[in-house]
Design a protein around this ligand. Structure first.
Ligand code: PLP
Length: 341
């Protein structure tokens, strides 16, 4: 596609931009239709849709990357498809097959190819797949109809001047309940995080660390990202809990820590009273890959890991390895990259 768009790729942020095409598929009478690309970015839905009243909706976030050779590639979209299916099952919504999910993403990227930022800018095309319960319904029960949509926006490099550490506070609120929806990517978890985020931001922190909702003794999430720490004896450690959103970035880093960096890597409890075990720490997710954690404010003092201003060497190596794979500069493990042709 040769269409030119007038975008300053080096100064893009993370804001909504209407791109040319999005994908919509409708579920009715027990099945999904074939789905199609459309130009209209407005949805017209019943005022009685379950997505509006009972939070029956879920979503995903993934990116398309432009390589040095000018190719476009998706990073592990099968994992997003699987997580979306889990979210759907948790909210009694019809599942989208992995094949349909990946096909929809590819169609949207191809149709909006001119919005995929050039290699070297660090910018990417962010894809937002989502499913919402729609149709006429007022009782608390699953919707009679559903929409599966995928839209995309070009987004800027998360770090304009290289990755830099930030500080976090401990949240006074929970984002999820012990056997609630924390492991599903559903809007309600994000609605619950807006207020604690606002409090942390007002207090001068980047975001807040959520502790486990049952005992408030263990680290779960860092804002909308997963936590990892590097122990003093060089282990990559990340918390395990049924109320954490299983981050695709986190599982990728677990693999890379073991297979590319030769570190021991484990998922286990991380106690907030035991921050001293780590010499480096970070938050990981699709948006930034890794945000190094300078410090965590806990019990009236800032616990600093590596440094408040410098990035630790293992954190940097993990970041360079994963982002190198995403942009096609480093060899990916089998099956991680899907080329958009
Ligand atoms: C609550 C939460 N945790 C973790 C993550 C990181 O997940 P991923 O690495 O799949 O982007 C996200 C972002 O999707 C998130 O919203």
């Amino acid at each position: 596609m040769s269409k030119e768009v007038n975008i300053d790729w080096n100064n893009l942020g993370f804001s909504y931009i209407k791109t040319d095409f999005r994908y919509v598929s409708k579920w009715k009478d027990g099945q999904w239709d074939d789905g199609a690309l459309v130009e209209d970015n407005m949805l017209s839905i019943s005022e009685a849709s379950t997505a509006l009243h009972y939070g029956q909706q879920c979503f995903e976030g993934l990116k398309a990357y432009r390589t040095k050779e000018g190719k476009i590639q998706l990073f592990r979209p099968d994992q997003n498809a699987k997580r979306l299916a889990n979210s759907c099952q948790r909210l009694l919504m019809p599942v989208i097959s992995e094949e349909k999910f990946i096909d929809a993403c590819i169609q949207v990227v191809k149709a909006n190819e001119h919005y995929v930022p050039p290699y070297g800018t660090g910018a990417t095309l962010y894809l937002r797949p989502f499913i919402i319960g729609v149709g006429d319904n007022i009782g608390v029960k699953p919707a009679p109809e559903y929409l599966f949509c995928v839209f995309c926006i070009p987004v800027g490099a998360y770090y304009k001047g290289g990755i830099t550490p930030v500080n976090y506070a401990i949240a006074d609120y929970d984002r999820a309940a012990p056997y609630g929806t924390g492991a599903a990517k559903v809007g309600g978890n994000y609605a619950a995080s807006l207020y604690p985020h606002e409090l942390a931001a007002k207090a001068g922190f980047a975001d807040c660390v959520y502790l486990d909702p049952a005992t408030h003794t263990k680290i779960e999430e860092v804002g909308a990202a997963n936590f990892f720490g590097i122990t003093k004896d060089n282990k990559f450690v990340t918390p395990y809990s049924p109320s954490i959103l299983p981050s695709i970035t986190k599982y990728s880093l677990l693999h890379l820590a073991k297979e590319y960096l030769g570190l021991e890597a484990e998922e286990r409890d991380v106690f907030i009273d035991n921050l001293d075990e780590f010499k480096e720490a970070g938050a990981c997710g699709t948006a930034a890959v890794i945000t190094p954690i300078g410090g965590i404010f806990y019990k009236d003092k800032l616990h600093v890991f590596h440094s408040e201003t410098e990035v630790g060497p293992i954190t940097r190596e993990l970041y360079d390895t994963l982002s190198g794979i995403q942009f096609g500069d480093k060899k990916a493990p089998e099956g991680w990259i899907v080329e958009v042709k």
